[in-house]
Design a binder for this molecule. Structure first.
Ligand SMILES: [Zn+2]
Length: 247
């Protein structure tokens, strides 16, 4: 019976390694997706900088055209003011040209600000473009490595599954079924030691007769509460020590 329990413990140890590898395997696509998301966010920022710069340049252009149109009108009004024989009409023309000059000065200021903003955005754009390229390279590098890692991990997972199969083949199909059910419910903790007089899994105290039967190892004894397989503590540590020496 000790041999059966040893096989179960080996299967359990392999199963623990298996679940670590499986978690790593599952984390790879998650990490790829995270990198993809940060690349997409950078691409959006870059697009925004490009779009905003275009808007600024268009606004500056529009303002400059307005200024030019007003300048033509100002020239005409000033000519009228000089040439007019009607002082009231000359006054009106001068007043209008004065207003147009004010409007031009405001627009020129705004156009200058828009151009300065476009210049700053051009610098941002260059920086963001570099960031996008770096993130893209990072993603591509990670993906290539992740594909290789996934292949290696999968091969290791397959090999561990075969090893578990071998261990469990040795205990018979009924015990195998019990172990597999327990392993699903308590990953890595299907077989536990008797701690003092209690189950090492759930802490339930065992009656004396069950404690004696666990220690005798004549059959598989399960905790009356959590149904885990119980073994003497020294057997568990001996198997763990042997596994450590072997690795
Ligand atoms: Zn228990």
């Amino acid at each position: 019976m000790q041999e059966v329990l040893t096989h179960l413990l080996h299967a359990q140890a392999i199963d623990q390694r298996l679940s670590v590898l499986q978690r790593r395997l599952e984390s790879l696509p998650v990490e790829t997706a995270e990198r993809q998301a940060s690349l997409s966010a950078l691409e959006v920022e870059l697009e925004q900088a490009i779009h905003e710069r275009k808007t600024c340049l268009a606004r500056a252009n529009e303002l400059e055209n307005q200024v030019l149109t007003r300048e033509v009108r100002i020239d005409r009004l000033e000519k009228q003011a000089v040439e007019s024989r009607d002082p009231a009409a000359a006054q009106v023309a001068r007043h209008e040209s004065g207003e147009l000059r004010k409007a031009n000065s405001t627009d020129q200021e705004e156009a200058l600000e828009a151009l300065e903003r476009a210049e700053a955005l051009e610098k941002d754009r260059q920086k963001e473009e570099e960031a996008v390229n770096a993130a893209r390279e990072n993603l591509e590098g990670f993906q290539a490595q992740a594909d290789q890692d996934a292949k290696d991990l999968q091969a290791e997972v397959d090999s561990l599954r075969l090893q578990i199969d071998k261990e469990l083949d040795a205990v018979g199909s009924q015990r195998r079924g019990v172990f597999e059910t327990l392993a699903k419910r308590y990953p890595g903790k299907a077989v536990v030691s008797l701690k003092g007089d209690s189950c090492g899994g759930c802490g339930t105290r065992l009656v004396m007769n069950d404690q004696v039967r666990v220690k005798a190892m004549k059959s598989i004894i399960r905790c009356p509460s959590c149904t885990r397989v119980l073994i003497p503590a020294e057997v568990l540590s001996a198997v763990a020590d042997a596994a450590e020496e072997a690795s």
